[in-house]
Design a protein around this ligand. Structure first.
Ligand code: NAD
Ligand code: DAU
Length: 349
């Protein structure tokens, strides 16, 4: 095998798409997926590739420094693509410590292990840190986040991701650890845990439950189909410049309420309901504390330098996403039983 690559958080939403793409495309690499299988991790996401000869799964928590050192000793990784994180803003508001632990300390454990393993032989190695546009804070009605936009995180989630980005750069500067960072906008698509806006609302519509819109619903996000994010990660991992940051976005801004109305309209069609039926479930509720008003990515750098541009239109991506959730009822039932019910009651009642 030519290379051994560690992908952390590969059982999660974005991670599972990245793992699948790497396992199928790079049969000359060994792909090791290390995941703690928290509520957001689900090996069902990878059933189609779990028996591939170049795929390995390791049930490891990145907060366990000893286990991480042992993992690096076992596989002698050539590269790391780090996605494992606590990722939901609302959960970071109720339990910030879990975010500080995993996103900051867990990242530090991986950086320490990579630094030790690659000391003096950094050539050809790469630590790829997958981050978020939320580190830049909130925009008003105009402007875009550039790679040079100063950090201004506003939630415990984004602050913990910002801290991890700073750590990665500090290890690059201090120990010459070869790294790249990407900051991406909101992803959507198959396998996303139904705590995030789009899958939560698809699930609720299906079950005729209220659609809880925070505040005035006029918050804006820039949406990217998850498989396009995975393609960008592949490109940056292989061709991005050492020590650089790339913003990744969908060139696709939507106010929440407009997106929700579009989703309702599509769901009416898919479920054979009379036009306007699903939209009757829209319910405005108390706002998210510290809610960022608008995110918008300027992805010119990755487009110009690496030729990346989203390949899936929002219309296509949303249709694929809805179809996937409607066809995968068992997946949805499995992830929404048990603890999900408690989470939902605490968050929305
Ligand atoms: P997710 O919550 O769906 O998945 C996270 C995965 O990490 C899960 O498989 C979980 O089991 C694993 N994990 C969590 N804590 C762990 C720990 N301590 N040790 C090992 N594994 C652990 O998240 P996602 O939406 O797929 O996001 C993946 C990454 O991409 C995150 O770093 C996130 O900050 C970033 N990101 C997400 C988005 C988005 O819209 N979802 C956008 C930009 C960046
Ligand atoms: O921008 C990238 C980020 O996008 C990622 O780093 C995060 O991991 C990811 O969770 C996502 O964060 P958001 O907070 O933007 O996503 P979420 O799906 O939670 O919310 C999207 C918008 O919808 C936001 O303005 C809040 C609103 N919302 C969300 C939920 C869950 C509602 O109005 N009601 C809801 O029930």
């Amino acid at each position: 095998m030519e290379k051994c690559i560690l992908i952390t958080g590969g059982a999660g939403f974005i991670g599972s798409h990245v793992v699948r793409q790497f396992v199928n495309k790079y049969q000359n690499y060994v792909i090791v997926n290390a995941d703690a299988l928290t509520y957001a991790g689900n090996l069902e996401n990878l059933m189609d590739i779990e028996h591939s000869p170049n795929y390995r799964f390791e049930h490891v928590n990145i907060n366990d420094a000893v286990a991480i050192q042992a993992l690096f000793a076992k596989y002698q990784f050539d590269g790391v693509i780090h996605l494992a994180a606590e990722s939901h803003v609302d959960r970071s508001i109720t339990d910030p410590n879990a975010f500080i632990q995993t996103n900051v300390m867990g990242t530090a454990n991986l950086l320490n292990a990579a630094k030790e393993l690659w000391k003096g032989k950094e050539e050809g190695k790469r630590f790829y840190h997958v981050s978020t546009d939320e580190v830049y804070g909130s925009l008003s009605e105009t402007g875009f986040f550039l790679e040079t936009t100063p950090y201004d995180p506003q939630s415990p989630y984004s602050a913990s991701k910002a801290a991890s980005d700073h750590l990665v750069r500090a290890y690059g500067n201090t120990y010459h650890l070869p790294f790249v960072i990407t900051n991406c906008s909101n992803n959507y698509g198959p396998n996303q845990f139904p705590e995030k806006l789009i899958p939560l609302f698809i699930h609720n519509i299906k079950n005729n439950k209220q659609l809880p819109v925070y505040g005035d619903g006029k918050y804006t996000r820039d949406w990217l189909f998850v498989e396009d994010h995975a393609v960008a990660i592949d490109l940056v991992f292989h061709s991005g410049k050492n020590g650089e940051t790339y913003n990744i976005g969908g060139f696709n801004e939507w106010q929440n309420i407009e997106l929700i109305k579009l989703l309702c309209q599509k769901m009416d069609g898919k479920l054979g309901r009379e036009a306007g039926t699903c939209a009757q479930l829209i319910t405005y509720i108390k706002d998210r504390p510290g809610h960022d008003r608008r995110y918008a990515i300027d992805a010119t750098k990755i487009n110009k330098e690496l030729g990346w541009y989203p390949s899936v239109t929002f219309e296509e991506g949303l249709a694929k996403t809805i179809d996937w959730y409607l066809a995968n009822e068992e997946w949805l039932n499995n992830v929404t039983s048990g603890d999900y019910q408690k989470y939902y009651a605490k968050q929305y009642n």
